[in-house]
Write a protein that binds this ligand. Sequence first.
Ligand code: SAH
Length: 369
Amino acid sequence: MGPTPIPIIDEPVPGRPEADAPAKRPVLSASADEWRQWMVERGHPAYRARQVLDGVIRRRATAFETISDLPKALRRQLDDDWSVFGTRAAFHDVAPDGTDKLLVECRDGRRIECVLMAEGPRRTVCISTQVGCAMGCVFCASGLKGVERNLGSDEIIEQVLHLRNLLPPEETVTHIVVMGMGESLANLDNLIIALDRICSPMEGLGISQRRVTISTVGLPSRIVRLAEMDRQYHLAVSLHAPTEELRNELVPVNESVGLSAVMKAADAYFERTGRQITYEYVMLKGINDRPTDASALARLLSGRRSHVNLIPYNPVPGLPYGRPEPEDVGRFVATLRDRGISATVRKTKGRAIDAACGQLRRRVPTAVG
Ligand code: SAH
């Protein structure tokens, strides 16, 4: 990789263009307070707001008509001003292992990906935060065309709801991982609005914050800001390399942030929240899967209470990176454990449907560029 500076860290990424704002607002683009206000202004009791949000978030309504505790006239009035969802599930695929992948189309025609995975009693959704990504990690499909825009908090929540609506009525989403397209912390404000809302026991699905993992390339100032928000979200830092030099090659944004600042911010997150950090490490054959890399990683993490999640690379067509040999993965994880570092190898789910990392969006023709 050339030393192109990546000045995107604190540069605003465009949000949804106002010009795209349609006449009918999506239900989740308004807060509970705005909903109450809307009801009261039209002469309805404020509690109707709760019934609308409950209908969509908890009771799986996809049309106002089906929210039967609302008076008929109100349902018609809602139809005039609001749409239940702003996004729609444009493409659904199911892998042989049962993993569901949705390609979700936004109002402006842009498409994002999200995935539902079942394992034992867990129902985990993996969601996106941006259209594209600006971080430019050399092995990743999501960033190949850069970032187009941040998702709104409603577009983030709607991914969870579209996936939840695929589940039978007796099941619901139990875990959320923010590991889809985009750099999560580059869209921190909208992400936290969305997660707080979906986790809320009052308004949302009542998912414990501790069952939500936010994955980040490692933007130190944003990690510290998230820590100061005093939530209980689990943080996963995409490390991918144990040294400054190798990380600069694989994760170009590292050139401007620096590995030691990432580690310092992660330590601060742990100190403030008490939540142990997970370090993600995508293993690329012959590049960062060598015994020397394992030793260097063990050194870097020694003395830190943390967990390493090793992710055997999911090859992206057109990119020159390969999946590591199983023996090398085995050796790597053994080296870490021998040095007292907690580590596991992630099972790859949904490979047959490209259920990873910006790959489905590339296969399906897109409406916009
Ligand atoms: N931007 C955030 C979250 C999105 S990516 C981040 O960097 O963490 C979620 C994880 O998937 C990251 O660790 C990322 O490096 C990894 N990933 C990306 N492409 C991959 C691929 N082709 N195979 C395996 N993991 C990949």
